[in-house]
Design a protein around this ligand. Structure first.
Ligand code: GLU
Length: 432
């Protein structure tokens, strides 16, 4: 992300533009422009060398009019309160656009998880819960994994919460490991959800998925399953993936003349998303600069890494062939890049629609936890497909109806649903 870009300012800018068009009024806009609650706390951890290190933790609860706050916890060395605010705000819109009865939240810790041992990670996870347990719960705020966090971490966090409240409470965290309260299909859900929306967008644009080529940024959970889905569900080809190399401290683009094989790359990527370069080269992969993915000769771009990656600078490198951008990450496209897409007639599936598959499956996980009855993988993925397809068409219809860009249409659908819930709960009429 460029130095100047502040994700929360970007989230507010996007919101302001649509709030004006919807004529929301100052009071309601002010309620939605800022998160309702924010927590900032310190987490002391005894490290393996015997020393105590203190980490900075966050949780932001943006809006819970439609149901408990919901959203991941990121472990990232560049985490800030403003990034967490932006991500929490986008979660409110994401749950509303997917039409699941949840609100928006996000958490984080300033840490590079690859520098921690497993024991230190577990201590940090448990410490986060000890700081927050009174303010989260299945009926008020339900965290999940995100960048830098894993199903195992959610298992530890759920365990710590259950110990503190004195009863097994699986529904307090989602994205837990299968067999430890998790749902089948959760691992694939975000990436496959991206692909379900790509499939619907291609129908709308008259593109043939089997003749389509994608270029993908990232090779974490979302990008891995988006690549697999692009090939196995749609029958297309993935020209390249770009990923961060934690040893070299820069990113690289991996491409292959026959298209990349994500299932092979998954055998040589570590848990932090770094591909083993030597092993890739041994299988004839070419390795280029980290920005090369965006200039690839492709029909579809899937930025599935971090916020701000498609910006005023990088957007100019996009090949003329690109017709569709599917935002697998949260906030990868800046307002300047949006203007470029509009000017060049590139169809964009905005982040909080495109990547809503993860939280939708989290919702299914919570439902299964509450029922104490677990579904087959096909059932989970079927229900996910239905939800994502309905969400995509809800936004597309709005975009046609009002003749607006897809991101604005997604905001219109989401904001209207949240405002409606606030109205129905009496938040906008009686005592506020
Ligand atoms: N972290 C994911 C997201 O940004 C999933 C959130 C969840 O499952 O609650 O959508």
């Amino acid at each position: 992300m460029s130095e100047q870009l502040n994700a929360f300012e970007m989230a507010q800018e996007q919101f302001n533009a649509v709030a004006k068009q919807l004529d929301l009024g100052d009071g309601v806009s002010e309620m939605l422009r800022w998160p309702m609650r924010e927590y900032s706390f310190r987490i002391p951890v005894r490290m393996d060398n015997g020393e105590i290190r203190v980490f900075q933790g966050f949780r932001v609860q943006h809006n819970d009019a439609r149901g408990p706050n919901k959203g991941g916890i990121r472990f990232a060395s560049d985490e800030t309160m403003d990034t967490v605010r932006a991500l929490a705000t986008w979660m409110t819109w994401k749950c509303a656009v997917a039409d699941i009865p949840l609100g928006g939240g996000k958490g984080g810790i300033i840490v590079d998880p690859s520098t921690l041992s497993d024991r230190e990670k577990e201590e940090l996870c448990r410490g986060w819960v000890r700081a927050m347990w009174k303010n989260i719960g299945p009926r008020n705020d339900v965290p999940a994994p995100d960048v830098g966090t894993t199903p195992q971490m959610m298992g530890w966090m759920m365990d710590e919460y259950s110990r503190l409240v004195g009863q097994y409470t699986p529904g307090v965290f989602t994205g837990k490991p299968v067999g430890g309260g998790g749902s089948l299909g959760r691992t694939e859900a975000t990436g496959y959800g991206v692909i379900y929306t790509v499939r619907e967008a291609m129908k709308h644009l008259g593109m043939d998925p089997k003749k389509s080529v994608a270029a993908i940024q990232g090779f974490g959970n979302v990008a891995q399953y988006a690549s697999i889905g692009f090939i196995e569900i749609l029958g297309g080809k993935v020209a390249c993936v770009a990923c961060w190399d934690r040893h070299e401290k820069k990113s690289f683009t991996y491409s292959h003349k026959n298209g990349i094989d994500p299932r092979f790359l998954m055998t040589i990527v570590d848990q932090y998303g770094t591909i083993d370069m030597q092993k890739a080269k041994a299988e004839d992969y070419s390795v280029d600069d980290g920005d090369a993915w965006i200039a690839a000769d492709a029909d579809v771009l899937i930025p599935a890494a971090k916020e701000g990656m498609v910006n005023a600078e990088t957007v100019k490198k996009i090949s003329k062939r690109v017709k569709l951008v599917a935002e697998g990450a949260n906030g990868p496209v800046t307002p300047e890049a949006d203007e470029y897409f509009k000017a060049h007639d590139i169809f964009d599936i905005p982040d909080f629609l495109c990547n809503a598959g993860g939280v939708t499956c989290s919702y299914f996980e919570q439902v299964q936890n509450d029922m104490n009855f677990y579904w087959h993988k096909e059932e989970v993925l079927d229900k996910l497909d239905q939800k994502m397809t309905a969400a995509f068409h809800g936004v597309l219809d709005m975009s046609k109806d009002k003749n607006v860009y897809m991101r604005d249409a997604a905001y219109m659908v989401a904001i209207s649903r949240v405002v409606k819930a606030m109205e129905l709960r009496g938040w906008l009429t009686g005592s506020v």
